[in-house]
Design a protein around this ligand. Structure first.
Ligand SMILES: Nc1ncnc2c1ncn2[C@@H]1O[C@H](COP(=O)(O)OP(=O)(O)OP(=O)(O)O)[C@@H](O)[C@H]1O
Length: 239
């Protein structure tokens, strides 16, 4: 069964972008396809003009990092050990960290405020703390492109905003391309440079203000229950 087709978009360096849409519309499937976690069903994906399928394992690992919501297999590792694995594409076969690796790791630890958890095992963390560790590991991998599946799911509102603002500043200051799936549509409208609205019809991709102008959010949810207020960029429940 096809749930969404004719999806076309292009991301530039230094952009923060979100994929939004209702449950089951294909956000995670699209993100995992972009990260080569699953094969392309149809169509083509290119990075810098080169087909994604032609990148070998090492090229992929230094080009794209992926943060998925599924629980990680390596929860027995300490937080520091898990973070250090982010440098694997760059270290020699012994996995020995050079001074530059350690300095990149320490920078991300400070950014995500992970100092109190470094010696803990990953299974001892709350979902939100683990989420921050996984985001730090993606930064440590230091790729041009970072893909994140629902990176703010387990976070409280303050940490949701903190993480999205951090992703935005990373995209802008380090010229990385960051794409994430999210149900936080209102936050994404305020913080993202671009958004892809998967609705199985138009699948509009644009700057949030253009999407509001074009009324692309208005029919995202059944209009007898939820309406979109284009003045405030927020959804209202119909009473
Ligand atoms: N492993 C799988 N096998 C078969 N169908 C799947 C599998 N994973 C997802 N699907 C189906 O593919 C469709 C898209 O799922 P996907 O997880 O990409 O949606 P989503 O937009 O991320 O949803 P949500 O907002 O609920 O996370 C759904 O209809 C789902 O049932």
């Amino acid at each position: 069964m096809v749930i969404a087709s004719a999806i076309s978009f292009q991301l530039k360096k230094g952009e923060l972008a979100a994929i939004v849409g209702i449950n089951g519309i294909g956000k995670s499937t699209l993100l995992k396809t972009l990260g080569r976690f699953q094969p392309i069903i149809s169509g083509s994906i290119k990075i810098e003009g080169k087909e994604l399928s032609t990148y070998d394992y090492l090229q992929m690992a230094s080009k794209i990092s992926v943060v998925l919501t599924e629980s990680i297999a390596s929860k027995n590792l300490s937080v520091y050990e898990l973070l250090a694995l982010g440098r694997q594409p760059y270290t020699n076969w012994l996995g020995k960290l050079a001074d530059t690796d350690v300095s990149i790791i320490n920078k991300s630890i400070a950014l995500l405020e992970l100092e109190p958890f470094l010696d803990k095992k990953c299974f001892q963390l709350s979902d939100g703390q683990l989420q921050r560790v996984l985001i730090a590991r993606a930064l440590i991998q230091d790729t041009d492109i970072i893909l994140l599946d629902e990176p703010t799911t387990h976070l409280d509102l303050y940490h949701k905003v903190q993480i999205l603002k951090l992703l935005k500043s990373i995209a802008h200051e380090t010229n990385k391309t960051i794409l994430f799936t999210s149900h936080e549509i209102e936050l994404a409208i305020q913080l993202c440079d671009k958004m892809l609205i998967l609705d199985g019809r138009e699948n509009a991709f644009n700057e949030p203000c253009k999407l509001i102008e074009n009324k692309n959010f208005d029919t995202l949810f059944p209009t007898d229950t939820i309406s979109f207020d284009s003045n405030t960029g927020s959804f209202r429940i119909k009473k």
